[in-house]
Design a protein. Structure first.
Lengths: 471, 244
């Protein structure tokens, strides 16, 4: 997928001016946080479970080589195969080779962010294989040739009228005068269109929410049941996943599952949580004949031991996205690549480079809601700050920012000078703003005053009041 | 072994500033995996006696639009199923898991109920399966695949009916996993383990929750009380009256 993260500022302007997007975001802004809060209020152990979740993931990462080898040996023991992929190219090539080996023409897909990350659909199409997205949201955006705008609700940027328009344009065999006023009708139509696709597909590709070292299993969590049809009906099941999804055993998975649905949609549990191990067994009446896991690294293993290691705990619940005031204002496409919101602001520079994605870690007010709702306690603001530091050190930010910051830092390291200058500035501004108490415009601060007034300083500074109190 | 594999593992070890783990640590990790030690388990369902646990299971299941009817014994199951199908205006025709526990039910008592045993096909409208356990904490059914319990039954038909015995209701996911391990003995766990919590749903269009996205539109439980001391008075008569 071509990244447009470089044009974040222009993307954000477009998003703010897009009425449909703003209406759609309005629904999400209230819905997700409310449902999450209600679910958590019902589970007194939630805070303690977060701590459990964090330590399970940390323990696994500390011994990742061991657990990966154990996992692979269990996949093999159950009749499956693991394809290791260092890069998106290797991952795509592995999928293509499996598809070609069975002469596959069409593949159905459950939702997989790893497939988005490696650009699997474009790659398969370029090689003569038709991928069919089956998650309703993914299906809608596939028809519209759009990227997902949210990691669990990919079509969250659309209003129902846009979906209806897309269905009318693409589902030509239906009565053109049919009503598509309600989500129910569109849902039924998508079900009718996709059912034969499920039954006809040669290969089914799903993601994985967790991998279990103990049993060599992949776990998917869905609400629609599309992932289960995708992995049960075709002759071949391919799991597209990445190596940090691993947990030691099923008890560890159970703990993380208690955190996942509540953090994501505010459900007690998603409709379908499915643990799959290997291909069809002797006597089974259904299930795939082949079970493959394409295990992507894409730079993740290099994060261990760095200031970004904590990001590998992420279970992709989207709570940080759902609680982010910046995401809620500008929407997911503004971020310009696969992962939006706070988790995307940390992850995207890792995967496509800070040169490409420098705007993302800067697009934060550091309000801290993301970290406070994260089920595995990832310090997202701290890591965004690490990216800002790296960007500064690599001289990637605009020269005027760097000069301004250096100047400020020079002064801030000299408290006497800082207080003297601040005192002068506050007296001058206080005098200049004595009539209105605020400024409509200020030289050097137009970025602030373009959209709001700047209050004029009043009375004495905090430092002088503090000094007086301590006497 | 593939080059990618070796490079990735070597990269991880170099990031961790160590080589391969020593045998002692590996043995400890193997022991940790095999111990199945539980992390924190919510008290919601563990603190209850079996009767209340069954009630919690039903409450949680109904909260996510699973419907429940009760049968006083296995012999009452055919009538409960027939009644449910009639009430929902569904055909008296179903595909059933070829499972001994369901074969033991006297289906001949309802000769109008047409039953085929096997996996689900595209045209099947209603399926009937047993479950391996039912989990009270979230009203979740635990179904395991096998020659007698094909997975397609859980997803293809529009309506999925599950027979649950009162003694199959356990408190937590971990309790359900223990039951699976006990049943498997030294064999591997089932290929597919489905935790099912309500019928299929989506909120992908304007966050509007719609049932029956791709999987079943309806999920119905026939709870076989069978001497279990379960409360039955406070439930909606029409929906949950025990069938004698």
């Amino acid at each position: 997928m071509l990244a447009t993260s470089r044009t974040f500022v222009a993307n954000a302007r477009a998003g703010l001016a897009n009425e449909n997007l703003q209406h759609a975001l309005g629904l999400a802004r209230t819905g997700f946080p409310l449902r999450r809060r209600l679910a958590i209020e019902r589970l007194p152990e939630f805070e303690a479970l977060r701590e459990n979740g964090r330590s399970i993931k940390d323990h696994t990462l500390e011994h990742l080589d061991f657990y990966l080898e154990l996992y692979e040996s269990q996949v093999v023991a159950s009749g499956g195969k693991v394809h290791w992929a260092r890069t998106p190219q290797e991952a795509c090539a592995a999928v293509l080779q499996i598809c070609r080996s069975v002469g596959a023409k069409t593949v159905t897909k459950g939702k997989s962010m790893i497939a988005e990350e490696v650009g699997l659909n474009e790659f398969l199409e370029a090689n003569g294989i038709t991928p069919v997205e089956t998650d309703l949201g993914e299906y809608i955006i596939q028809l519209r040739h759009e990227p997902p705008s949210h990691i669990i609700a990919p079509a969250i940027h659309l209003i129902k009228e846009q979906v209806a328009e897309t269905f009318r344009a693409e589902h030509r065999s239906f009565d053109p005068d049919r009503s598509l006023a309600e989500p129910r009708q569109m849902c039924d139509e998508a079900r009718a269109v996709l059912r034969p696709r499920f039954l006809a597909a040669d290969v089914g590709i799903t993601g994985a929410n967790f991998l279990v070292a103990e049993t060599g299993s992949s776990i998917i969590v869905t609400n629609e049941g599309n992932g289960d049809l995708t992995q049960t009906l075709p002759r071949v099941h391919i799991v597209m996943t990445s190596l940090e999804k691993l947990v030691p055993n099923l008890e560890d998975a159970a703990t993380l599952l208690r955190l996942l649905a509540r953090s994501a949609t505010g459900q007690e549990f998603s409709a379908y949580t499915t643990i799959s191990t290997g291909p069809r067994r002797p006597g089974d009446l259904d299930g795939p004949e082949q079970y493959h896991v394409v295990l992507l690294d894409n730079g993740r293993s290099e994060l261990i031991g760095t200031e970004f290691q904590d990001m590998l705990r992420c279970i992709r619940c989207s709570a940080c996205i759902n609680h982010c005031p910046v995401y809620a204002a500008v929407g997911g496409h503004t971020y310009g690549w696969v992962y939006p919101g706070p988790m995307g602001a940390v992850l995207t520079p890792i995967l496509i480079g800070i040169e490409e994605a420098g705007h993302l870690p800067n697009a934060s007010t550091f309000c801290g809601r993301c970290e406070s709702v994260c089920p595995v306690k990832i310090p997202l603001p701290k890591m965004m700050r690490h990216w800002r530091e790296r960007e500064h050190a690599k001289k990637l930010s605009p020269p005027v920012y760097r000069t301004g910051l250096s100047l400020w830092a020079w002064v801030a390291r000299r408290p006497a000078l800082y207080h003297a200058l601040a005192g002068i500035a506050s007296r001058v501004l206080g005098w200049a703003g004595r009539d209105h108490g605020r400024f409509r415009s200020l030289p050097l601060a137009t970025g602030w005053t373009a959209v709001r007034d700047m209050p004029a300083p009043e009375g004495r500074s905090f430092h002088s009041l503090w000094a007086e109190r301590r006497k | 072994m593939s080059e990618a594999r070796e490079r990735i593992l070597a990269g991880i070890r170099s990031s961790l500033n160590r080589g391969r783990l020593d045998p002692k640590t590996e043995a400890e990790l193997r022991a940790r995996v095999a111990a199945h030690r539980r992390n924190l388990v919510p008290a919601r369902a563990t603190a209850l006696d079996q009767r209340d646990r069954v009630e919690l299971f039903i409450t949680m299941a109904e909260e996510v639009q699973t419907t429940v009817s009760r049968a006083a014994s296995p012999a009452a199951v055919p009538e409960a199923v027939a009644r449910y199908l009639a009430a929902e205006n569904l055909p008296a025709e179903l595909v059933m898991a070829p499972d001994p526990s369901l074969d033991a039910i006297p289906w001949e008592a309802r000769p109008l109920l047409r039953i085929r045993r096997g996996r689900a096909e595209a045209e099947d409208k209603v399926s009937l399966t047993p479950c391996h356990a039912a989990i009270a904490e979230t009203g979740t059914l635990l179904l395991a695949s096998g020659p007698q319990t094909p997975t397609t039954l859980n997803f293809l038909p529009d309506t999925h009916i599950v027979v649950v015995r009162g003694d199959q209701v356990v408190a937590t996911y971990e309790d359900g996993l223990d039951r699976l391990r006990a049943a498997a003995g030294s064999e591997a766990l089932p290929r597919v383990i489905n935790f099912i919590t309500g019928p299929s749903r989506t909120a992908d269009i304007e966050q509007h929750i719609e049932l029956g996205a791709h999987g079943p539109r309806r999920l119905h439980i026939v709870l076989v009380e069978d001497g279990q001391a379960t409360r039955s008075v406070e439930y909606d008569e029409q929906r949950s009256a025990p069938v004698e």
